[in-house]
Design a binder for this molecule. Structure first.
Ligand SMILES: [Zn+2]
Length: 214
């Protein structure tokens, strides 16, 4: 079986995405890119995360052609591939419809550095202009907007995060959802104070060596 470990990871993190309430039903999608093999494992379209097995996870090449599996790839395969082309440093993409991040996206707001955890994305979480789900236009808008950030809001749609592995891209999605909720709540009762750019640079630097790394 091609990309056996990666396909198991897609199943495992799909269930985590539901448990963490980052999505509901069959919404959202995840992928891992094996850059050595040039192959992408991506969650299938319309299969419940609880029922999904590694066999259900299709494997496609860099052009999106099905290489192994019987299921149809996620309808958002286009922006996953566009992100892998745009960002040679990433190997995983997570897409959610998490409620607070999506609330910001429906207001066409970016998320500023309202909390230092925004550093999981960068200086902010930018917003990609609206385009129909699953369209080539959406893939182009997402790839144009990502820059060096690790998260992008999709107008009237949701959130996309990237990382060097699936665990990191997933952590970015969790932290940005938390920050979006805090931003919402702070806005409800006052005017949030934004962390200055220089301090965010310091935090981004500290994140590079945080935890068990190095
Ligand atoms: Zn979506």
């Amino acid at each position: 079986m091609l990309l056996q470990n990666e396909r198991s990871e897609i199943v495992r993190f799909g269930r985590k995405m539901l448990a963490a309430r980052l999505t509901s039903g069959t919404g959202g999608n995840l992928s891992i890119f094996d850059r050595n093999e040039g192959l992408v494992a991506i969650s299938p379209s319309g299969i419940e995360y609880e029922d999904m097995t590694p066999d259900d996870v299709p494997v496609v090449d860099g052009a999106g052609k099905l290489v192994e599996g019987t299921r149809k790839p996620s309808s958002e395969l286009g922006f996953h591939l566009a992100l892998y082309r745009q960002r040679p440093d990433i190997r995983a993409v997570v897409h959610t419809h998490s409620v607070y991040a999506t609330t910001m996206a429906c207001l066409h707001w970016e998320i500023p550095a309202v909390h230092y955890l925004v550093a999981f994305s960068g200086q902010k979480v930018p917003l990609a202009p609206y385009a129909t789900f699953g369209s080539e236009e959406l893939a182009a808008r997402v790839a144009e907007t990502i820059g060096g950030y690790n998260a992008v809001l999709l107008a009237n749609h949701g959130l996309v995060t990237v990382g060097p592995n699936l665990a990191t891209a997933f952590a970015v999605a969790e932290e940005i959802e938390l920050v979006a909720q805090i931003y919402y709540q702070a806005k409800c009762i006052g005017t949030p104070v934004i962390v200055p750019e220089g301090e965010m640079d310091r935090v981004i630097g500290k994140f590079a060596t945080y935890g068990q790394k190095g």
